[in-house]
Each structure stands twice: as C-alpha cells, then as structure tokens.
Design a protein around this ligand. Structure first.
Ligand SMILES: [Zn+2]
Ligand SMILES: [Zn+2]
Length: 302
C-alpha cells in the first residue's frame, strides 16, 4: 500500500510539523462510566464505554451537534480506534456548507490519530500483528479496501470501493455505516471514518503505525493534507530541485508544500489569501520563500 511508505518518508523528513490551529483534540469532557460489554478475542480491553459521542452534521450552514452513539463495532478486516486528535479539513467544510453533496446526517472528520482498541471478528492474524491492541496509529482519508482492481495494482488512491460506498453513500464497503444513535438506533453516515468522534471504525488498510515518539495532535494531518501536498509536488507537478513554483493559498495543503520544497532548494513564490493575513505571510518567509504576495481580495488580483 502506498500510504505506509509515504508516512515513513514524511516522518523521517520531519514533514509533519503543522499549524496547531487546524487541529482539534478529543474533548476532555467526553468521559463516560465504563460498561462491560462482550468483545472479540482480539480486544485486550476488558471494558469499553457502551456508547460514545460524536459531532453530527445535519444540514448546511447549521452548527454540528454533539450526540451519543452506540459504541461502533468493527467487522472483519476493520479496527476500532480511540481517537486522540482529528484535523479540521476544508473538505469537511465543503460538506458542511453544502458545497459537496454527501448523505446526511453524517459525522465528518477524516484526519485522525489514535490508539487501536479492538479488531473486528475474523480479522486475519497478519493485520492483528501489524496493528496490535494499544498501537498508536494515523488514518488515511482514503481508506483503501485492499481488494479492488486499483488497490491490487497499488493505486489505492483510486480505490473503487472507497468512492462507490464511502464517498457516494456514506458507508463502509458492505454498504452499512458503523454509526448508530444511542437514543433510537438511527443510522448516521460516515465521511471517511467519521473522525470528529471519540471512537471510529476504519478498514485496517487505511491505518498506519504512528511511532510513539510522535505527538498525536501534530501528526493527525499526515493522512490528508501532508500526502495531498506530497502527491501534488512529487507526482502531479514532478517538481525537481532548481524549479520555480507558486503555491496558491497557505492552508493545510499549501503549508505542507512549503515544507516539502524547502529541503530541495526550490524557488518558491507563495500567495496567501486574505484570511491567512499577516500570519500566512510570516509563515511563508519563515519557510524561506523568495517572494510572498498577499491577496487583498480573494475574487480579485494580487
Ligand atoms: Zn483532509
Ligand atoms: Zn480498493
């Protein structure tokens, strides 16, 4: 799978430093009295809460609401993750503004780090050994199924099941969500794994080990903004040392591109948009940009 090698490269290159303002920690108020429930043999936890909380999107331009859910249960080849941090990505905001059609109500959030707490029944031994209980992990926003024609060729970024089921229907690859409201059992759709929650279920193919030396919060965007920036630079633009590049917008992806190009001594021109203001300009110069423009009006020129 392409995700794991990339994560290793990103970690070794210290590409993971991020603006903390993009990230949310799991709310410290999300505590429940533990309740004993039945677990598969591959769970080392003798008890987990019987329910959890998650932020639910119901309709565009309305606030998310915190609601209680039955504890999500993983199926074969899936893991249950106790979420430690989740990035807030503009893709989430597109859904919340109604700019990207997606089934609702749903739980958004797809840039997660956390701890493996349970494997689905009948999950194969290789997966359990790769992702043992207690492992620190980082999730990819594209959760490859590992079985389709694209995944089998290593093009897991084009996974058919991910786009056919998750992005089109808000479910995992058996056509079902793992999220059900505690009060009435109503199913709630999942945008990727539904990361703005205390726990989530994700296919094991969409998870990589996060070394315990790395912080949960700063590492959360490894699975989206960081590899999106890397893909744009390395594969789409095929940027090489000595090239000149213009980075338009210093958000989650643009700021990662700043970090990617710096070690290669590439001439950069960065164009922060107005909302990023002085902070965006400072960040660009801090990265060694040769030129940095401020955009006075997102609809107009520079
Ligand atoms: Zn994202
Ligand atoms: Zn696939």
């Amino acid at each position: 799978m392409a995700f794991s090698p990339f994560i290793r490269r990103a970690i070794s290159s210290k590409l993971f430093s991020v603006h903390k303002s993009y990230l949310l920690r799991s709310p410290s108020t999300f505590h429940h009295a533990p309740t004993r429930i039945n677990h598969s043999p591959s769970s080392s936890y003798s008890s987990l809460p019987s329910y959890m909380r998650a932020a639910v999107f119901s309709e565009p331009n309305k606030p998310l609401t915190i609601q209680e859910f039955h504890m999500p249960r993983p199926k074969a080849g899936e893991v249950l993750i106790k979420i430690k941090a989740c990035g807030v990505c503009h893709s989430d905001l597109h859904v919340m503004k109604g700019e990207i059609p997606f089934p609702s109500p749903c739980v958004v959030g797809h840039e997660i780090t956390g701890e493996v707490v349970e494997h689905g029944p009948l999950t194969d031994r290789k997966t359990i050994e790769r992702l043992p209980i207690g492992a620190h992990v980082v999730g990819a926003f594209i959760m490859p199924c590992g079985n389709c024609s694209y995944c089998s060729k290593g093009h897991d970024d084009l996974c058919e099941d991910f786009f056919a089921f998750n992005r089109a229907k808000g479910t995992l690859y058996d056509g079902e969500t793992r999220l059900f409201l505690h009060k009435d059992g109503k199913p709630i759709y999942m945008y990727s794994m539904g990361g703005l929650a205390e726990y989530c279920v994700t296919p094991a193919h969409g998870v990589s080990i996060l070394p315990k030396s790395l912080p949960y919060t700063e590492s959360a965007i490894l699975g989206c903004a960081v590899f999106t920036a890397y893909g744009a630079m390395a594969h789409a633009a095929e940027v090489r040392p000595g090239d000149s590049v213009a980075i338009i917008g210093i958000g989650g992806v643009g700021s990662r591109e700043e970090i990617h190009v710096r070690p290669a001594i590439i001439h950069t021109q960065a164009i922060p948009f107005l909302p990023q203001g002085v902070e965006g300009v400072r960040f660009c110069y801090g990265c060694g940009d040769h030129w940095c423009y401020g955009c006075g009006d997102q609809r107009g020129g520079l």
